[in-house]
Ligand binder design. Sequence first.
Ligand code: AMP
Ligand code: GLY
Length: 413
Amino acid sequence: MKVLLIGSGGREHALAWKIAQSPLLEKLLNVPGNLGTGRFGQNVPFPLNHSEALVDLAQREAIDLAVIGPDNPLADGIVDAFNQGGILAFGPTAAAARIESSKTFAKEIMAEAGVPTARAHSFSDAAQAADFVRSSSQPWVVKADGLALGKGVIVAETVEETLAAIQTLAATPAGEVLLLEERLHGPEVSVLALCDGKRLAALPPARDHKRLRDGNLGPNTGGMGVVAPVDDVSADVLDQIVATCMQPVVDALLRRGAPFCGVLYAGLMLTAQGPRVLEFNARFGDPEAQALLPLIDNDLLAMMRDCAAGNLKPESLKRRKGYAVCVVLAADGYPGKPRKGDQISGVEAVEDNKVLIFHAGTRMGTDGLATDGGRVLGVTGLGATLKQARDRAYETANRIKFTGKQLRSDIGG
Ligand code: AMP
Ligand code: GLY
């Protein structure tokens, strides 16, 4: 198969690594790719917002499957463009990706499908939202409706904080519509599942660490580390989450004529009343993919092709035993203004089948490997136990050096 992989982060390096293990793979083109993806195929520098040109490229190269990593091209309809151009794609159409790109739409689908989630009220006018908060006399979780790079949610502690959060988010491009949501309590977990529009195959439950610093302190980021599987989600609870929170959404989207193909990602809180959905994403998470893909034992490319063809066989998913812990190394200044161009050492002789290093924001300069983005590298340790996986990840993560390196020391316990 000839595969076109879209994206340039650690997630895409992990996808390229996994796709390259498939005996079906003939050729891999990464658009635009990064230093990591370049090891498994050809990187093609190309702007992602020119879908017509991308479809032309796919047709010229006789691509059999396009795999889309990031959220923005999905929301912009890149899969619709591929489909119209006769190219099979793994990823949702813009209509199905609205489950991520509009939180109001996600709430609407969840209500229709009877999915347990926090009570919420939607406002297209910030003043009305503020009036509602004042009359309710209680704090609310404030969410911007649109895609906001993980910065669209403020969990307010007081009425005053809620009012300030409304002001802040209403001033952002994603905040034309705001959601006020009741606050839930409990540990968080993410369940990602491959989907062909009708059926789901769930990957091991994962836990992201969104805050920059240890102890869940500091600003929100795209994710500083992931553990999978998480032991507080038993096989029964995982089945319950798929049956009550995910399958009904897939069914509802199908009924609406917007079947969901790709990765459906449910962000959940395990409350005293049971699992509740906080959000849906329409893609692999990053760094979630860096921990989850090494736990898949079978041919992922074959499964993605089957999803795109509407022909998923969920039983073909084989989970590897053991644990994966991914620790993200971020640049100085991340998540605000990351500094670029710091030299990186220690990446060279550390790879074996127990530790994987995924490139996110790196480049090869005249003086060797250097930082080139917010999240620089992801280090995934694999092990029979959580401790073994964590120790392996940290041994390598601590050996890699660059000025201003930021990492959490509490991923996985
Ligand atoms: P989201 O992007 O909707 O997943 O929200 C980002 C983060 O905000 C989540 O990972 C939670 O930590 C927090 N959060 C979102 N919604 C709620 C809620 N209803 N109650 C408590 N915390 C929430
Ligand atoms: N790590 C969070 C996300 O990819 O959405």
